[in-house]
Ligand binder design. Structure first.
Ligand SMILES: [Zn+2]
Ligand SMILES: [Zn+2]
Ligand SMILES: [Zn+2]
Ligand SMILES: [Zn+2]
Length: 242
């Protein structure tokens, strides 16, 4: 299917990047925004990216506390991207590797640094690829287990029928024949009826099983993620010169 993928925003500095550029940007941006000093109240985080295997234009960049466990990541992925009816899921190193126990510490993944494969639902599977950036660890004041740093902007998929407007509904029957992604207008005259529709949502599980979107809204970034003082001073100086 032809579609356009708009640029995605780095939630730290609010700049926009393409899929290919945002990972590299985040690794450097994160250095500016994390505190240089740490104390006993800090928690270590691991930086990782999650991509849909079927379509890498769906991605997430996350900081995950190293003392959290794989089950916390599973919960998070379900909430933001996947959960429709409580299907089974699994994590493994590589596609055919041994399944990881849900109690595995994130610290362990970080130490090993190997990419992980994740599957949700062993029937209509949504498969994800998790990359660990070992070299980018950071310490933040104790806060949430998982912090979202960037996610893909929603791809704009044109309606299969008119090709003019963005699709908003997916007909569960017709999507397999290549004419099930429908705009609001074309949906009203679609013969299958709206009980066959699923909404188009920003998730690799859109149109799958009975998925209708995320359970909860994205949370704001924690206060401990701020531009370091040095960075701020520099900006101030430049402004004075002007
Ligand atoms: Zn940034
Ligand atoms: Zn389901
Ligand atoms: Zn249309
Ligand atoms: Zn239909």
């Amino acid at each position: 299917m032809e579609y356009s993928a708009p640029k995605s925003t780095c939630l730290l500095c609010k700049s926009e990047f393409t899929r290919r550029g945002i990972g590299r940007h985040l690794t450097s941006c994160l250095k500016k925004y994390t505190p240089k000093t740490k104390n006993s109240l800090h928690r270590k985080y691991c930086f990782l990216s999650v991509q849909a295997v079927s379509d890498p234009d769906y991605f997430l960049y996350l900081l995950v506390a190293q003392d959290a466990i794989v089950e916390d990541l599973d919960d998070y992925l379900r909430k933001i991207w996947l959960e429709c009816c409580g299907h089974m899921s699994s994590f493994s190193y590589g596609r055919w590797g041994e399944e990881l126990p849900l109690t595995t510490k994130i610290r362990e993944l970080c130490r090993r640094g190997e990419p992980l494969n994740y599957m949700y639902d062993f029937g209509s599977t949504t498969e994800l690829w998790i990359k660990i950036y070992r070299e980018v660890a950071c310490s933040l004041e104790i806060g949430e287990e998982i912090i979202l740093l960037a996610r893909n902007a929603e791809p704009i998929v044109p309606c299969d029928v008119c090709g003019k407007y963005p699709a908003k509904h997916i007909c569960k029957e017709c999507q397999w024949d290549g004419n099930g992604w429908l705009c609001d207008k074309c949906a009203t005259t679609h013969e299958c009826g709206d009980e066959m529709f699923l909404p188009v949502v920003n998730s690799p599980r859109t149109g799958v099983c009975v998925y209708t979107g995320a359970e909860e809204k994205e949370r704001p970034l924690p206060k401990s993620l701020k531009a370091s003082l040095a960075g701020k001073k520099k900006t101030a100086k430049i402004l004075k010169i002007k």
